[in-house]
Design a protein. Structure first.
Length: 291
């Protein structure tokens, strides 16, 4: 009896060791494994999209999105039980962010990226971190109030963005005859407007307020017109990586639940005079998933 019990225990122990050993070997995959192996997490970010992600006076990236992604980096370090984790930053734009994420140059994109079904064919997204929409950035003396006032005029929008897509669709739908100037990034779009090469720049409302706040003469510019789109911002990650997505979403839920997210919001949105709306606060509270 003792002999059979001992043999049975040995067999059970061996099976347990095989199972747990296999589980341990398979525990890390995708982005978490890449980070563990390299000791580095690489955050992709916009160069000049205040207040979300832009270079500060010290030359380092900062902003609302950066603060949230740094919280994710802290959670990765704790999850992987790493004594140290190197955090690197890589500037991206509307054309480069997806290729650089897919090829492994960056591990997540902390920018002003709208979550769309078409983009989900190439990448994945964490839960929503902000909601905005397209409006028009113009000079106050332009007389432009709505998109219909742009008939036959020149309007810029950044290449590879939902802004460019919305502008082209409305241009065709409303038969406006707008000449669309595709720009590389927000600074290029701003300069085109500032130097009168364009009559308006189309991008997300909150980004427009950020551009005005950073300009030399804020009083000369205005954000006008109705909202022309619905744009839920989300941090971008690689597809088929549920472990990393779950970790990132847990960080977001904890930020929303603890109230720390409101502190981050106030820190950055106060720089452009954007108070927290009841609707946005409600949306974030609906993502407070329990552990």
């Amino acid at each position: 009896m003792l002999k059979k019990t001992a043999i049975g225990s040995a067999i059970i122990g061996a099976v347990f060791a095989i199972v747990t050993g296999s589980a341990s070997a398979q525990a890390l995959y995708g982005t978490l494994k890449k980070i563990k192996d390299s000791g580095t997490i690489i955050i992709g970010h916009n160069e000049d999209s205040p207040p979300f992600a832009y270079f500060g006076a010290d030359g380092k990236p900062q902003g609302y999105s950066i603060d949230i992604c740094n919280k994710i980096a802290d959670a990765v370090k704790a999850e992987l039980k790493m004594d140290s984790l190197t955090v690197k930053y890589q500037a991206v734009n509307g054309q480069t962010r997806t290729p650089l994420l897919v090829n492994g140059t960056v591990d997540l994109v902390c920018a002003t990226t709208t979550n769309t079904f078409s983009r989900q064919q190439q990448v994945d997204f964490l839960n929503t971190m902000f909601v905005t929409g397209n409006r028009l950035l113009v000079k106050k003396n332009s007389g432009i109030k709505e998109i219909e006032d742009l008939k036959g005029k020149v309007v810029s929008a950044n290449q590879g963005t939902t802004n460019e897509k919305v502008l082209n669709e409305l241009n065709q739908k409303l038969n406006l005859g707008i000449k669309v100037l595709s720009t590389k990034d927000q600074p290029q779009g701003w300069i085109a407007l500032e130097t009168d090469r364009t009559d308006a720049h189309m991008t997300d409302e909150v980004v427009e307020y950020g551009l005005i706040a950073k300009s030399k003469n804020p009083a000369d510019y205005a954000v006008v017109g109705r909202l022309l789109s619905f744009d839920p911002y989300a941090i971008v990650i690689r597809r088929d990586d549920s472990a990393f997505r779950s970790l990132g979403n847990k960080v977001l839920a904890n930020l929303y639940r603890s109230g720390e997210w409101e502190q981050v919001y106030t820190k950055w949105m106060s720089t452009i005079g954007q108070p927290l709306s009841a609707d946005l606060k409600l949306l974030m509270s609906m993502q407070n998933y329990p552990d």
